[in-house]
Ligand binder design. Sequence first.
Ligand SMILES: *Cc1c(COP(=O)(O)O)cnc(C)c1O
Length: 384
Amino acid sequence: MDKKGKPETLAVSIGRMSDTHFGAVNTPIYRASTILYPDLAALKANKQPYSYGRRGTPTTRSFEEAISVLEGAARTVTVPSGLNANALAILSACGAGDHLLMVDSAYEPTKTFCERTLQRFGVETTYYAPTEAIAPLLRPNTKAVFCESPGSLTFEVQDIPAIVKAAHAKGVSVLMDNTWATPVFFQPLKHGVDLSIQAATKYVGGHADVMLGYVAANDSHAARLQETHGNLGLYASGDDCFLGLRGLRTLSVRLARHQETGLTLARWLAARPEVARVLHPALESDPGHTLWKRDFSGACGLFGLVLKPAPEAAIAAFVDGLRHFGIGYSWGGFESLIVPAHIRRSTGTFAEEGPVLRIHAGLEDAGDLITDLEKGLARLREHT
Ligand SMILES: *Cc1c(COP(=O)(O)O)cnc(C)c1O
């Protein structure tokens, strides 16, 4: 297997293991708990590549190895969801008495995990604003800085290289939830991040039919990650890893289309009188645009929208009548989605000028989507 090339090339070729599967292009789905040893000597030596289902099968290993190449990682572990990947990364980096510096724009359930569960094990979490300099916020017991860029719901872009520099100067680990960009548009480990986290449920799966997450580690963080993953008994099924691998093969073409349609919708919406602001770092007018352009090689189809103040009934008339945008959580599948965003901030950094909506641009025709939105905004006006 050639491990060099652009992400588009790698995503097609990596993790195939065809030589061990009778030439089949795809690694088959292995369902396994027990894996047999030929004799007691083999059991004692414990050198088989596969020892027990929970510890991995050729299907899970194919997915993990493919991701490691794409991420430039020493080791990748798979878990049952993106939220679990965030929790695992934090658990593998922090212990009792430590402090975790968490970005305020992180995915809300990640913040809740820190506040409600991690806290019970003696790890204190404090928040920093997504674009704030972190050096003054590091404490003697700070063990990790958690980043998510662009931020959930509000899409602020973080200066990852600057955060890495400040954190590493004090021996602090850097963790990043990179679900928005995927490793096709941003590779955290190549920018100095120690643990790269992905909700593979979103674009890697790509078809709204799987829950899956992974954490990819650099050399210095691989052993601790692998040990924590093993001790927690975490495992993603062969069926789900198969879907993850299959999604990976078409990730770059899907992302190119999501990007194009997302930008088309964002530009169209930005020019509408009902819209106060579009939250999309690939728009030249976005406050995060310069950083995004410096560090990222593309944008996905997820962005935010701040409407001018409007009554709830007007927003319902707009959203409920849409034909091509489903109302529902998650994103990264082939379908367009819209949901209201409820933003909770500790650092007071996002001033809501009006109702916020989150849009996922799917693979439908952009013109059809715009017609749908145009009719929706007409309904919004009627009810305002
Ligand atoms: C959806 C999401 C997650 C959680 O992924 P699940 O697979 O739904 O648990 C984590 N981080 C971000 C940024 C997400 O959007």
